[in-house]
Design a protein around this ligand. Structure first.
Ligand code: PMP
Length: 450
């Protein structure tokens, strides 16, 4: 793309430092400026319309034109645009949403603390894990186990728990307290001739070996997305979560479930903890909590987690933590309305009902000569491509992603996979429309390789 001088693209290059790009390449090529959205579609400044096959960043459950969220935000802005939850102050919207979250949580939970991003929430959860260990007199029980290809954010603690090299390299991360165990993706890490059950047993043994090597008395918590998202939609094999939880119980290690992508219906249940039988001590949520119309995230903790923290704050005199925007009234009012709409329209049920069609469509695409396989759960899926001989890793998926964009579909390429995470409001017909665009893109790219 040639960037026209003084265009909006040129001003973007001049003034913004973008995340998750090669900045030198961006200076030359610029970006795609999205101007408006409605339903599952967004439109760029040239008027071209796209299906948003990723719901933005795995987040816009209600699509891009939900008027009720705009109305609630306006009403809250006019009534009380800002207040905080610091010290002894509080307000209705944060209380209402906290109450709802406790009511719908997949396991009995005790308290909610609001934050503004998934990274912040994971960062705070890590700090609270340490605070709690100190409260219990376990001064050496501080290590946190993340997983290779896991993603938990980009702040110092959350990036350290993340298991992706690009989030560590040159940032002097991870912190020494964060260690990583094997990734439960059979497609990527299964050995030649190894059955899925043998793979699962091996991955679980890796976890137990790591705990024993480090010393169980030094390990405070295990962090995991029920289904890894940014690592490439990696669905764990049967028995994995059951096995992990057995090991964690045996060594008295807390479980933090990061449902930043999976939460609020993505896997066909309100929480993926229900889909996979996970019983976390701490649940981290964001994204679909407000359909990302406002920045909002939360950590939801059980009583076993909360009580020592309350005791420690009593000993010190204060729980010495708090963000200016914690429980922001506009964000929590929008979050509450968003969850009400998800419930009223049974969008969790929509994801469950459309799962077969969605996964069936992906499986059909996987029959294409450029494709290797497909996977997914609910309305979260990936199409794995065959790597191209002689090309750099990820080139095939990058080319496909670009071709999809030409065909009017925004998807995300991660390593050799194309990831799909459409708004939960998507219909059966729109799934056909989305996959028809992928099929055209596959054929076009195949033609250039013939
Ligand atoms: N956890 C998971 C599972 C995520 O997918 C993400 C974001 N993609 C985060 C945490 C970080 O959230 P944020 O970008 O809001 O900091």
């Amino acid at each position: 793309m040639t960037v026209v001088p003084n265009s909006i693209e040129a001003r973007d290059i001049a003034y913004q430092l973008h995340p998750n790009v090669n900045l030198r390449k961006y200076e030359k090529e610029g970006g795609l400026v999205i101007e408006s959205g409605d339903g599952i579609y967004v439109t760029d400044t040239s008027g071209k319309r796209y299906i948003e096959g990723m719901a933005g960043l795995w987040s816009v459950a209600l699509g891009f034109g939900e008027k009720r969220l705009a109305e609630v935000a306006k009403a809250q802005m006019e009534k009380l645009p800002y207040y905080h939850t610091f010290s002894y102050k509080t307000h209705g919207p944060s209380i209402d949403l906290a109450e709802l979250l406790i009511k719908i949580a997949p396991v009995p939970m005790s308290k909610v603390h609001f934050t503004s991003s998934g990274s912040e929430a994971n960062d705070l959860a890590a700090k609270m894990v340490w605070y709690r260990s100190n409260a219990l007199g376990n001064k050496d029980k501080k290590k946190i186990i993340g997983r290779i290809k896991g993603y938990h954010g980009v702040t110092i603690a959350s990036a350290s728990i993340t298991g992706l090299p690009r989030n560590h390299e040159s940032f002097d991360l991870p912190l020494d307290r964060m260690i990583h165990t094997s990734c439960p993706s059979y497609v990527h890490f299964g050995l030649e001739g190894e059955s899925e059950a043998d793979f699962t047993a091996r991955i679980l043994k890796d976890l137990e070996d790591l705990i024993l090597k480090e010393g169980p008395e030094t390990i405070a918590a295990f962090w995991g997305e029920p289904v890894m998202g940014a690592g490439g939609v990696l669905v764990p094999p049967a028995g994995y979560w059951e096995g992990v939880q057995k090991i964690l119980k045996k060594y008295d290690i807390l479980l933090v479930a990061d449902e930043v992508i999976c939460g609020f219906g993505r896997t066909g249940k309100m929480f993926a903890c229900e889909t996979f039988g996970i019983e976390p001590d701490v649940l981290v949520v964001s994204k679909q909590i407000s359909s990302s119309y406002m920045p909002l995230s939360a950590i939801i903790v059980n009583d076993n987690f909360y009580q020592p923290i309350a005791d420690e704050s009593n000993r010190i005199g204060v729980f010495g933590h708090g963000f200016t925007a914690s429980g922001h009234p506009v964000a929590t009012a929008v979050g509450l309305e968003n969850l009400k709409i998800i419930q009223e329209r049974d969008l969790v049920g929509n994801a469950a009902r459309l799962e077969e069609k969605f996964l069936g469509g992906l499986a059909k695409l996987a029959e294409h000569p450029l494709a290797h396989s497909s996977r997914g759960v609910g309305l979260l899926g990936a199409l794995e491509l065959k790597p191209w001989e002689g090309a750099a890793a990820g080139d095939a998926a990058a080319a496909l992603s670009a071709a999809c964009e030409q065909e009017g579909l925004i998807v995300r390429n991660v390593a050799e996979a194309l990831c799909f995470c459409p708004p939960l409001i998507i219909t059966a017909e729109q799934i056909d429309e989305m996959f028809a665009a992928v099929a055209r893109a596959l054929d076009k790219v195949a033609a250039t390789r013939a």
